[in-house]
Design a binder for this molecule. Sequence first.
Ligand SMILES: *[C@@H]1O[C@H](CO)[C@@H](O)[C@H](O)[C@H]1NC(C)=O
Ligand SMILES: *[C@@H]1O[C@H](CO)[C@@H](O)[C@H](O)[C@H]1NC(C)=O
Ligand SMILES: *[C@@H]1O[C@H](CO)[C@@H](O)[C@H](O)[C@H]1NC(C)=O
Length: 534
Amino acid sequence: MLSALLLFLLPVYADWQYRSRSDLAPPQLNITIFDHDKASTDYLFVAPFSGFPDNTLHGPRQAAPYIFSAEGDLVWSGYSIFSIWNANFQAAKFNGQDILFSFEGDHNPAYGHGHGHHTFLNNRYELVKELRAGKHKLSDKHEFHIKDEKTGLLQVYQPVPRDLSEFGASEEQQWIVNAIFQELDLETGEVLFEWASLDHVSPHESVLPINPGYAGSGYNSSDAWDYFHINSVDKDENGDYLLSARDAASVYKIDGKTGEVIWKLGGIPGETSSSFENVGGFRFGFQHHARYLWTSEDGKKQIISFFDNSAHGTEDKHGHLVKINEVSSGKVVEVNTETWEAKLLKNYQAPYGLLAKSQGSAQVLESGNVLVNWGSEGAVTEYTADGEIVFHAFLESGELADKVENYRAFKYDWHGYPTEDVAVLSEITDDGETQIYVSWNGDTETKLWKFYAVKNGSKTYIGEAKRTGFETKYKVAETHEAVYAEALDKSGRILASSEPAIAIQQVLPFKAVAAQPETLQPNFLNYFSWRQQI
Ligand SMILES: *[C@@H]1O[C@H](CO)[C@@H](O)[C@H](O)[C@H]1NC(C)=O
Ligand SMILES: *[C@@H]1O[C@H](CO)[C@@H](O)[C@H](O)[C@H]1NC(C)=O
Ligand SMILES: *[C@@H]1O[C@H](CO)[C@@H](O)[C@H](O)[C@H]1NC(C)=O
């Protein structure tokens, strides 16, 4: 009886979040650490999805790109605006305009690949463009990165047949992934530069050999041996690229003119080759999201950041096949091409023992704080530059949190001006009062809501409420059959008005509370009862 009722109640966890938008069931962040003074006030950008093969009753109920406030309140649900499977949701500038972009496409969790395109929205959440890889190739999910507001870096997993016998393959094992990246002109889609791993990096550099097949066995093109697995591309001011190659457990610097490897930072001393000696023998592996942070004037020193998974496994969480460190971390490393030493400057270690078998990102914010996203573990942590944890959130709550994953997370200052209508729900309570709920998906500017009753063609001001979050509530003592809401910004300018909403009879959430409190465990008090209204 007890478990039957719990099963019945828990899957509805995401319901009743927003009365004005009962169509939305966004993830509810479980914020476990929050230092309001030290955490960034920027918005959080994530695109969580379920790691279960079927996603019917799992969290997130609506896998999509989301913007949350620093407090964890919903700002924008991209559900159904972006569709199919999404990852790498970011804000950026394109030709001086604020845009959002996200990868949309097919997801192949067993091989950690995704095939699709990169979709741009403007700051009104309207479609601006869709960008695909050039030269008859399919863009992969892992990278899309805009440089100088003009060009885009993306990557491709291109299966190609080769004689792989020197790597221990049988005659039937002929397929290998050529890891390619392209730099495209964002206006025209023209390919400005293309680089292919098989031209420059031997499959001997892989830490996952073709057999026993942890990175594909090469029997056919969908099972191609993913010896390199690029998952990020950056470019510095000199025009040279930085690649993270997960299956080589190494970060590479690539000459932007010749495509040659300038240096390689190997993650596992003694196992991976490296241009550097890792001072103190620090190790990393299966990393993601390598970014240039700083270059010395003479170009001989560079500081880079990346997410160190330190574990390899598939996204279905079937164990850790390889483990380099006990927990995952965000790392900041200085490389010196005079002394050929690499120094670990910062190591932002995961709380809760998190070890991300796949995915992940580390973003160094302008303030110096660092946002680390724990990929397959469905959580984000923000650190001060010194490594103090000032924010931590699991990307879902309760039962729905199980196997929620998120490829990358970012924090940005963002201003959204939605073109969609303001949503209003107006309810008449049993006491004859009017309870109003208002929201405007994606809006960041409204500070005050004004409410008006509409009767016989004329409107009457009935009150106002400070915007409190995604949805703002306001109650008036009288019965009003129709109301509408007006959004005002910080200077009192009217941003939008809703359509008049015809009031409905109030329906309150069914809240299960203990029927016989004295006989139940305290934890279950909230789950049992007869109908009781909040
Ligand atoms: C490709 O190879 C894998 C591994 O041997 C196998 O499981 C799969 O069925 C093959 N697919 C096709 C289409 O032959
Ligand atoms: C939030 O996360 C903590 C730590 O894992 C967990 O103990 C707690 O139950 C979670 N709360 C909810 C509401 O999911
Ligand atoms: C509704 O408005 C019309 C035109 O202004 C007026 O003639 C009529 O008396 C009003 N009806 C009520 C019930 O107020």
